[in-house]
Design a binder for this molecule. Structure first.
Ligand code: 5AD
Ligand code: SF4
Length: 481
């Protein structure tokens, strides 16, 4: 398809519009009112490659749902698929480079099969520079759409396939909520459940508020119904998803219904495990800590991104909490939930971070007894405030900080696992181990990976395992009959 042949769909993103936040009610749309073209995909196949966070994984399940509702089927191989969609991530530059590398690799498939449709969706298309690059340099892409208009995929495909015209449609808007999207879930025991979309935090390094629109909470009844349906289908674990789950309900008229209340209500449902991600230290209140402390099906595992241990850096990141208030929250968590496992996210080399400020992060990591952390070198994102901050430290020095931090973080992984030596743990069995198909693998309530010998029939069950060996990244144990 040449660069020139555009369809009626040609809308490029605008970061200026994406930045806007207006106080108005969130529009809730019903997918069924938009869905037509059933059967359009009969006899054709698709493949989706997903990059990035759980929000993208959850979106890919919706995209698969729509494609299968159109009667496309999943292709065994990428090479023979009629449609390939890359659901992309914009959080750091290397995530984007991976996608452009993959688009280059896919070019030969397209050459072999010119009728193949190649699409790019997710967070990257929400960036002006990415769409411009695709328009100028990646001519074999047929379809580009963003995070706000997944529900329009059927009509886009109709245009791309029947009219053989290129579709580019990316909205830079606050976003709505689309209920009743069909979903084909990747896993039949563990499910993602969106409780909210978007983000209003505007941390100065982060692109998410621009790519995913304003924060909007789903009606609790829609969430509860989804979880009840999952229970009927035999699901054992749900993970509640939001960029900042602790601000759930902030956009409701009824300000008394918040995340703590939602958790309490979901806790009463007969689902074995409830998890949630991601938490924001600014909004995580004692009330929520107390609800988690009541245990039951709420898992004692909290991912609580701290980003930095320096108040000056936290301020410039616009995180709106201090090291002291973070520690207060951590202390509450350990006080009320003594068995809790805490993990975090940390950025090193934020513009202007001094050696001293970096060392404050190291100290904080030790103090918090994190049992794991995702650690990143700061990556400048065009259009975010931090992109214009002075950044003198070389990448080499930033990487040195990362390695130093990772050593401390890795000690935390091991110490966290050692807590479970010789203990009995409950494991939700995911499947066979990556390295040995005679060994089963699954996660404990504290989200520790356990390998043990057992029959494949146990996949999908929650079983008891006695831990016999502890390593940094996993536990080994014996099944208790
Ligand atoms: N550079 C590096 N890391 C980032 N994160 C978000 N934006 C950036 C960036 N520009 C990290 C944060 C966040 C996690 C999902 O990704 O630590 O918590
Ligand atoms: Fe990004 Fe901050 Fe929102 Fe998380 S809370 S998605 S880091 S802006």
């Amino acid at each position: 398809m040449s660069n020139k042949e555009y369809s009626k769909y040609f809308v490029k993103p605008s970061i200026k519009d994406a930045r806007k936040r207006k106080v108005e009610d969130t529009v809730v749309l019903d997918f069924n009112e938009y869905f037509n073209l059933k059967g359009f995909g009969k006899g054709k196949t698709y493949r989706i490659e997903t990059y990035g966070c759980q929000a993208n994984e959850a979106d890919s399940e919706k995209i698969r749902g729509i494609l299968e509702a159109l009667e496309f089927t999943q292709s065994e191989t990428l090479e023979h698929a009629d449609i390939i969609l890359l659901n992309t991530c914009a959080i750091r530059e290397n995530a984007e480079n991976r996608v452009f590398g993959e688009l280059g690799r896919l070019k030969k498939f397209k050459r072999n099969n010119p009728n193949m449709i190649l699409g790019v969706c997710g967070c990257m298309p929400q960036e002006e520079k990415v769409v411009n690059k695709i328009l100028e340099q990646v001519h074999h892409v047929d379809l580009v759409f963003g995070t706000h208009n997944i529900y329009k995929l059927p009509e886009y495909l109709e245009t791309v396939i029947l009219s053989k015209e290129r579709v580019i449609e990316v909205f830079s808007e606050q976003g709505s909520i689309i209920e009743n999207m069909p979903k084909i879930r990747e896993n039949n025991r563990k499910a993602w459940v969106n409780i909210m979309y978007g983000c209003d935090e505007f941390c100065t390094y982060c692109i998410v508020p621009y790519t995913r629109g304003k924060e909007r909470s789903r009606d609790k009844n829609h969430i509860i119904t989804e979880v009840k349906d999952l229970i009927k289908e035999g699901y054992k674990e749900v993970t509640l998803l939001g960029q900042n789950v602790n601000s759930y309900g902030r956009d409701f008229k009824d300000k008394s219904y918040k995340f703590a209340q939602l958790l309490e209500e979901l806790q009463k449902l007969p689902i074995e495990r409830i998890r949630f991600t991601t938490s924001h230290p600014k909004d995580f209140d004692l009330e929520t800590v107390k609800v988690i402390a009541t245990g039951g099906n709420i898992m004692p595992y909290i991912h609580l991104p701290v980003q930095s241990g320096s108040n000056e850096i936290l301020k410039r990141m616009n995180r709106k909490y201090t090291k002291e208030s973070y520690m207060q929250l951590v202390n509450w968590i350990y006080e009320y939930i003594p068995n809790a496992s805490l993990t975090t996210d940390i950025i090193v080399g934020f513009p202007g971070e001094t050696e001293e400020q970096f060392n404050m992060t190291i100290e904080l990591v030790k103090e918090c007894r994190f049992e794991g952390a995702y650690t990143f070198v700061y990556s400048s994102r065009e259009g975010t405030p931090a992109a214009s901050y002075e950044d003198k430290l070389s990448l080499e020095d930033k990487k040195k900080r990362l390695y130093k931090l990772n050593e401390v973080v890795n000690d935390g992984y091991l110490i966290g696992n050692e807590r479970f030596a010789n203990k009995e743990v409950k494991v939700l069995v995911d499947g066979v181990s990556k390295n040995n198909d005679e060994i089963l693998a699954g996660y404990t309530e504290n989200q520790k990976l356990v390998n043990f010998r057992g029959p494949v029939e146990l996949i999908g069950e929650i079983v008891k395992v006695k831990i016999t060996d502890v390593k940094t990244w996993s536990l080994t144990g014996d099944l208790i009959e």
